[in-house]
Ligand binder design. Structure first.
Ligand code: ADQ
Length: 483
């Protein structure tokens, strides 16, 4: 029977090794949730890396790991430390990630890392080829695996392949700087359908294909190798119900225990009833613009000094890729900026910034989303930004203001948010002022429209739309198509 195969760099499970044995726990990320309807039953399998390098797996435990993963419909591609360093931390995160987010000055073009990236993609392809057959439908995810579609197609032409890019696709002028630009495009063109978050990313991709490969492109179809490759945008949603219902439960008078964090948030509210809480949540990544946000916050306090002792900025930064040098530098920069601003503005009763450098459990994210008057999410460049959507979904009384960067993919669907340019401090300061003073009725009018849209275009709909579109791409024979 034809299967569905999902492939991503990391499997949607977390392995735990203890004296008692090996267990695999499902992860609760957005992608895993969205794929639930696709990855269910016995006719689907998820292929990816387990998160443990060969060196980290205790001797003789390989079979046990395979068994634990199989219980979750997952199959691993084993990787050594050298492979993870070159493929993931190297080419994926020191070349593709900065380049595709327009940080050209951070992009490293190391031949060795490119070769490991290519070899690891081949390793993924080998596992897929071993476990697939003609007629299967394959969905490949993200920038770590851009060569995979063509590697699979070459050996198994009779499968249907979809690819989705979770980060931006840059403009041709940026993309052309990559020494292996053509190989990347040809790798992706092994797909039948290539999906992006926004129409702009789609347009940039088509322009690069046209200008770098000479292959015929018409509207959103590419005629490669007597096949049609369709390109389209599928803005990713969230599990709206999960966030909204958790927030309803949190706000209910029957809600049982309050977390310590919630108690702190409430005490802030009691001390300054007219005060406002601003929330900023991201992975600690230079693309997210955290340092710029801190500079802009200082600019706001200087421009509107009447808000000293009245506003508080909560910065929650999740540790990420801490062994890549730029991330270490960013961490020091953010630490220093927070210290400097708190040092300059704090009073005996007020600290302007609460800074947390950690990942927090779901319940605390709900505490923060439901307690913050303003979510301030201003990445310098971001494929989508799901935090913006989660904040709005959690505002059960429809109050709250979202200040969002126009450089985030989410801005395309969230016009009712206050959209800003993350480099324009004057505009940001005035927008914070506008957000603080926005009448409740206006907040609710904006959020009601946003919530309706997020509820309809949730992550399940995103996955189903992609799969439906993938199955409708004519698999063969451009000659039969009326052009
Ligand atoms: P990310 O860059 O990781 O994803 P984002 O879309 O904002 O960015 O998702 C972050 C997720 O992490 C959210 O679901 C959020 O709830 C969670 N999170 C944030 N802070 C946390 C914390 N302190 N503790 C625990 N969880 C936290 C990439 C792209 C994005 C794109 C997504 C999906 O960079 O642009 O939106 O993939 O395609």
């Amino acid at each position: 029977m034809a299967k569905t195969i999902i492939i991503s760099n990391r499997l949607p499970v977390q392995l735990q090794i203890s004296k008692e044995g090996i267990t695999a726990l499902p992860s609760v990320g957005g992608l895993a949730t969205g794929m639930k309807s696709v990855h269910s039953g016995g006719d689907s399998v998820w292929i990816g890396w387990s998160g443990l390098t060969d060196e980290e797996i205790p001797e003789g435990k390989e079979k046990e790991i395979d068994k634990a993963l199989a219980g979750h419909g997952s199959l691993q591609v084993p990787l050594s430390k050298e492979e993870v360093d070159g493929f993931y931390f190297g080419f994926s995160n020191r070349t593709v990630w900065p380049l595709f987010h327009y940080f050209l000055e951070y992009a490293e073009f190391e031949l060795k890392n490119w070769e490991i990236y290519r070899d690891v993609n081949q390793k993924f392809a080998d596992v897929v080829l071993e476990h697939s057959e003609d007629g299967d439908t394959i969905w490949v995810h993200d920038y770590q695996l851009m060569l995979l579609p063509d590697m699979i197609r070459e050996k198994r032409p009779e499968v249907t392949i979809g690819f989705f890019l979770h980060i931006p696709f840059p403009s041709f002028e940026i993309f052309r700087t990559l020494p292996w630009r053509k190989e990347i495009l040809m790798g992706l063109l092994g797909s039948d359908l290539i999906g992006f978050h926004t129409y702009d990313y789609e347009r940039h991709f088509l322009s690069s294909v046209r200008r770098l490969t000479g292959i015929e492109v018409s509207y959103n179809e590419i005629y490669a190798d007597n096949r049609i490759v369709r390109v389209d945008s599928f803005p990713m949603g969230i599990d709206y119900k999960k966030w909204h219902q958790a927030a309803l439960k949190h706000d209910s008078p029957k809600s049982s225990e309050q977390s310590d964090l919630q108690k702190r948030l409430d005490s802030h509210r009691e001390l300054t009833p007219e005060g406002k809480l601003l929330l900023s949540i991201d992975r600690l990544d230079y693309t997210k613009g955290i340092a710029k946000r801190l500079h802009a916050f200082k600019y706001f306090l200087d421009k509107y000094p009447e808000y000293k002792e009245k506003v508080r900025l909560i910065i929650l930064a999740v540790p990420s890729r801490a062994n890549v040098p730029q991330y270490q530098l960013l961490k020091s920069e953010v630490d220093e900026l927070v210290g400097r601003i708190n040092g300059e503005f704090a009073t005996v009763s007020w600290t302007p910034i609460w800074y947390f450098y950690r990942s927090v459990p779901f319940e605390n994210l709900i505490d923060l989303y439901t307690s913050s008057d303003i979510a301030w999410l201003t990445p310098i460049r971001d494929g989508m930004n799901l935090v913006a959507k989660e904040y709005i979904a959690s505002r059960t009384d429809q109050t709250g203001v979202l200040i969002l960067s126009e450089m985030a993919g989410a801005a395309n669907e969230m016009n009712e948010a206050l959209l800003i340019n993350p480099n324009n401090f004057e505009q940001i300061a005035d927008t914070i002022y506008q957000a603080i003073n926005m009448p409740i009725e206006e907040q609710q009018a904006r959020n009601s429209l946003l919530q309706n849209r997020l509820e309809r275009y949730n992550v399940e709909k995103w996955a189903n739309d992609f799969m439906t579109s993938l199955k409708s791409v004519p698999s063969k024979g451009v000659a039969n198509i009326t052009l």
